[in-house]
Design a protein around this ligand. Structure first.
Ligand SMILES: C[S@@+](CC[C@H](N)C(=O)[O-])C[C@H]1O[C@@H](n2cnc3c(N)ncnc32)[C@H](O)[C@@H]1O
Ligand code: FES
Length: 277
């Protein structure tokens, strides 16, 4: 599956490598890639070496201690020389406290190349997909072992990715009710309310209203789907795109650079005025 998603060559950081079985398997299957294993615990580094020796792979680097919750990746030693083309993390989010999800997303956003991909593998709960009996039992057993563990909701995980500036770009169903998810860095723009307004980050994959709210900008809204016009403002600089057919703006408002931030996605740095036209 990774061969379908990733280019022919690159450098991958594996988070939570554990025994190293995946590192050896992927390094053998992806000969054009350099694989950097890591884990919060160094106990299993011997096992990683053993798996790689057995597989006869030479494209696996020395494992490093990396706790996603720590401010620095890796925890100590030389900094990573360059951003990674891929970051891979299997079976960690449900066997660690929920805080590791935000930390994984924020860290991946810091360490991924602009064209890179964060790939996660594991079981998830999904709002519109019935949870299999196997996953329900697994969730219960995890919570019994540690109340901070448990299967995560795909929506919650995706929300943490969005906050970090990553967007869910692919979802693959895998054996035993697991999912392989691919998150990619979003385009990052600067927005201001008024030419002299305080700049804030406007992500290309979410609406201007969502980015404004995340930055603490107080902008009125109601329907949030482009029909009520409560959020109307003026786009005095930059461009936006809409994912719905032309939203609730009249031809006159459009001619006056009217913008509906609840449904407008930035495609460049932008300056708004308003609310109101
Ligand atoms: C169930 S094992 C998964 C190992 C391997 N990825 C696999 O799929 O077989 C969970 C791994 O997550 C690691 N882990 C837990 N919390 C972590 C954290 N905060 N940062 C990095 N790794 C962590 C554990 O040390 C353990 O090796
Ligand atoms: S909040 Fe209703 S159109 Fe934007």
């Amino acid at each position: 599956m990774l061969r379908r998603i990733l280019p022919a060559q690159g450098v991958a950081l594996e988070i939570a490598s554990g025994t190293g079985q995946h590192a050896a398997w992927f390094a053998a299957g992806l000969p054009g890639w350099q694989w950097q294993p890591s884990d919060a615990q160094a106990d299993a580094f011997g096992s990683i070496a053993a798996w790689c020796a057995q597989a006869g792979v030479a494209n696996v680097r020395e494992p490093v201690v990396l706790d996603v919750l720590a401010p620095r990746w890796p925890a100590s030693g030389a900094a990573f020389a360059a951003p990674f083309d891929a970051i891979y993390c299997a079976n960690m989010l449900h066997i660690s406290p929920w805080a590791t999800c935000a930390a994984l997303m924020q860290g991946a956003a810091r360490h991924l190349a602009p064209q890179g991909a964060l790939v996660t593998y594991g079981p998830y709960l999904e709002r519109d997909v019935p949870t299999s009996p196997g996953n329900r039992a697994f969730d219960a057993s995890l919570r019994q072992r540690n109340p901070a563990w448990g299967l995560r909701s795909l929506e919650d995980v995706t929300h943490q990715a969005t906050l970090a500036g990553l967007r869910l770009s692919e979802r693959f169903e895998m054996p035993a009710n697991n999912l392989l998810l691919v998150f990619r860095p979003s385009q990052r723009f600067t927005a201001r309310v008024g030419q002299d307004g305080k700049p804030f980050t406007a992500w290309g994959h979410q609406t201007l209203l969502a980015s404004a709210e995340q930055a603490g900008v107080n902008w009125p809204s109601s329907c949030r789907n482009g029909t009520c016009r409560t959020c109307i403002g003026r786009l005095v600089q930059g461009q936006v795109r809409y994912e719905i057919p032309w939203p609730g703006l009249s031809i006159e408002e459009k001619a006056e650079d009217g913008v509906l931030p609840c449904v407008a996605f930035p495609t460049s740095d932008v300056v708004l005025t308003g609310p109101g036209l």
